[in-house]
Design a protein around this ligand. Structure first.
Ligand code: AQP
Length: 327
């Protein structure tokens, strides 16, 4: 049994990318491991958020975690800002981070482009806060999508750096990527990853999209000019991305999909991808609409914060003592 930690930002309604890259892994891990899953609202505010929307999105994300199959009896589910040790250890990890290494992060470079001249400092210091999230729980496994692999490398570097300077205190966590779908691509630009905060809503499918929206977005998705259903992520990025979605929801291999669609073109395949997604998301959406109205959700989050606080405070106290932040 290992300790598992991961988080998702409530920066929009989660997409098929977040679901396939992260949540599906969480669900299979919960049965064998001690799991902490977090709604990382302090990460979300590294770019401007509307306060009411952020509150709604945080609750929505909690309901989606549960609707997707996380069992609150098995996992600790909580909101990051309700466990103050995250921000406290985040500050300490900032003090051992170098500006140069933070500036090299792809996410910082990508996200700062859209912020004009006033780039929030929090965008730069996102990785030390993520390192704190992970390290507070003596985490051994961090299931994430491929876009977070670089942040996990810096988490491991910071943990090593701390252990060398102040004595071995942190467990060095491992990154776990999903077998397929580690990088689900945008439906409009298959060179770019699918993101919940993409201003173009046709670029992503959110877990709460209606059947009509799903069908429309898949039909409009960008594909190459050919007509052959073949998995070739170098030359046929759009169709390969749709195949990855299809595979992830049906469990079929790329070979099986290619055989099935030998004589059929993109039009038929797109309709079938939409059907598979609509059917696959329906039970999750039904559970979500029951959960979002219930006060049970708030109780789960309060219990989760209490449990997380207990573990996180213990680690923070050890860290503060090790670095001299104590009397
Ligand atoms: N396109 C993706 N394919 C596979 N996995 C993905 N993840 C995100 N996008 C994809 C994984 O989802 C988890 C939660 O991500 P996050 O909310 O912490 O931040 P993110 O990686 O920046 O995700 P988004 O959707 O792109 O959010 P915004 O638009 O707010 O930046 C992570 O495990 C991530 O790897």
């Amino acid at each position: 049994m290992s300790i598992v930690f991961s988080g998702i930002q409530p920066s929009g309604t989660i997409t098929l990318g977040n679901y396939i890259g992260a949540i599906k892994q969480f669900i299979s891990l919960q049965n064998q491991h001690t799991c902490y899953f977090c709604i990382v609202n302090q990460h979300a505010i590294t770019v401007p958020q509307d306060p009411d929307q952020l509150r709604r999105n945080s609750r929505k994300l909690a309901a989606l975690y549960l609707a997707a199959g996380l069992d609150p009896e098995k996992v600790t589910l909580f909101i990051q800002s309700e466990v103050p040790a995250h921000a406290q250890l985040g500050w300490i990890m900032q003090t051992i981070s170098y500006v140069g290494e933070l500036e090299r992060m792809t996410q910082f470079k990508d996200k700062s482009k859209s912020q004009g001249k006033s780039i929030p400092a929090g965008l730069l210091t996102y990785p030390p806060l993520m390192a704190a999230d992970v390290l507070l729980y003596n985490t051994e496994i961090v299931p994430v999508g491929d876009d977070q692999a670089q942040h996990m490398e810096i988490t491991r570097d910071l943990a090593h750096r701390f252990n060398q300077r102040f004595g071995t205190l942190f467990t060095i966590p491992k990154t776990q990527l999903p077998p397929t779908g580690s990088r689900v691509m945008s439906l409009q630009n298959p060179e770019k990853k699918m993101s919940k905060s993409d201003p173009n809503q046709n670029a992503y499918i959110s877990l709460l999209d209606s059947p009509k929206q799903i069908e429309k977005k898949i039909k409009k998705s960008t594909t190459d000019s050919g007509n052959e259903i073949r998995y070739d992520p170098q030359n046929k990025k759009g169709i390969s991305n749709l195949m990855a979605l299809y595979a992830s929801f049906t469990g079929e291999t790329f070979d099986q999909i290619e055989q099935k669609y030998l004589e059929k073109g993109y039009g038929q395949f797109k309709l079938d991808v939409a059907d598979v997604l609509i059917e696959g998301l329906k039970p999750l959406q039904d559970r979500y609409y029951q959960l979002i109205e219930s006060s049970h959700l708030d109780q789960i989050l309060s219990d989760g914060a209490e449990k997380a606080n207990e573990v996180a405070t213990k680690t923070l106290t050890k860290v503060e003592k090790a670095i001299g932040l104590s009397r």
